[in-house]
Design a protein around this ligand. Structure first.
Ligand SMILES: [Fe+2]
Length: 316
């Protein structure tokens, strides 16, 4: 079965891509941010994941305001980047894992998430920058990815509860996947920032730290915030934290914080990096009713929604 080894949360500000291209990692402005990835590099080198499931929001490469799915998932074996107009070099492509994508899609749709299924999907800076931060200087990234896009742009947005449950559905699917692979889950974007309007430049450190604290041991507590309330606290684009909520939801075991870096500002954004470790919980420990102590069903950990019946395989 797939093993979820942990989650990574990271900011994806476009100017980070420019700093990487220009080799500014040690520049005094950038260094407090890039140094936050030293731990991540060591952790990834030790853990050697095979696949990264990446929750992010599309910034216009695939979807625009005329057609914007609430949730979309890639089901391809390769994902290309294109010029987004930020002055960032076009990135190398990322390898995909279409088999795993279809497995996740079956679980997600079975659980009531009406996913837009993309057998062709471009990846933008919300994925290419985190990948470049996690594995800098590699000719090819050493993992396959499954990109999952969450609408953080066109209101009404999905709630924090909905995104946490989306992640939980992905986590259950990963726990039930029959291939022996190591998986990390990544949530990108945020933290607090607002790009336009009267509050342009808005940052809320106290709220960011609260979100990071709660994300570790009690993400459900954050679901008390409606989307307007969350935007009030985190800024209009701070709502990209929905991607972090989905990432946390996918961690189905015992979760602990291994690393955190928080730096203000990068561009006009509160830049944060976090590593959460996930240790699988045995059936006995969490009272699993699957009846298989050595082979936990994986459907009852941290879960507040009813597990779906195992869906029929959808032909790819
Ligand atoms: Fe963004």
């Amino acid at each position: 079965m797939a093993r979820i080894i942990g989650g990574i949360g990271t900011t994806h500000v476009p100017s980070i891509g420019k700093a990487i291209a220009e080799g500014l990692q040690s520049d005094p402005y950038w260094s407090p941010f890039f140094r936050g990835f030293d731990y991540v590099h060591g952790w990834l080198a030790r853990e050697k994941p095979d696949v990264a499931v990446v929750f992010s929001n599309d910034h216009g490469l695939n979807f625009f305001l005329d057609k914007l799915p609430t949730f979309a998932v890639g089901a391809a074996n390769e994902y290309r980047n294109e010029d987004e107009g930020w002055g960032i070099p076009v990135s190398k492509p990322a390898a995909g894992d279409a088999d795993l994508s279809w497995h996740l899609i079956n679980q997600l749709v079975g659980d009531g998430f009406d996913m837009t299924i993309c057998q062709e999907m471009l990846i933008d800076h919300a994925i290419t920058i985190p990948m470049s931060l996690m594995w800098p200087g590699k000719a090819a990234w050493p993992v396959k990815i499954v990109p999952i896009s969450i609408n953080t742009v066109q209101h009404p947005l999905p709630s924090l509860t909905r995104c946490l449950n989306l992640g939980r559905s992905v986590g259950r699917a990963l726990d039930a996947y029959d291939k022996d692979i190591k998986v990390i889950v990544v949530g990108t974007g945020g933290l607090s920032h607002q790009l336009d309007g009267e509050r342009a430049g808005f940052i809320n450190k106290e709220f960011d730290l609260l979100c990071m604290d709660k994300l570790v041991n009690n993400p459900d507590e954050l679901t008390r915030y409606s989307i307007p309330e969350f935007i009030e606290q985190a800024g209009a684009q701070g709502v990209e934290f929905l991607n972090w909520m989905a990432m946390r939801g996918a961690l189905t075991g015992k979760v602990s914080e291994a690393h955190r870096n928080y730096h203000i500002p990068i561009s006009n954004t509160a830049a944060a990096t976090m590593v959460l470790e996930n240790v699988p919980v045995t059936a006995k420990a969490h009272g699993c009713t699957s009846g298989k102590e050595a082979d936990c069903c994986g459907t009852c950990v941290n879960s507040k929604i009813t597990p779906a019946k195992k869906p029929e395989q959808i032909p790819a």
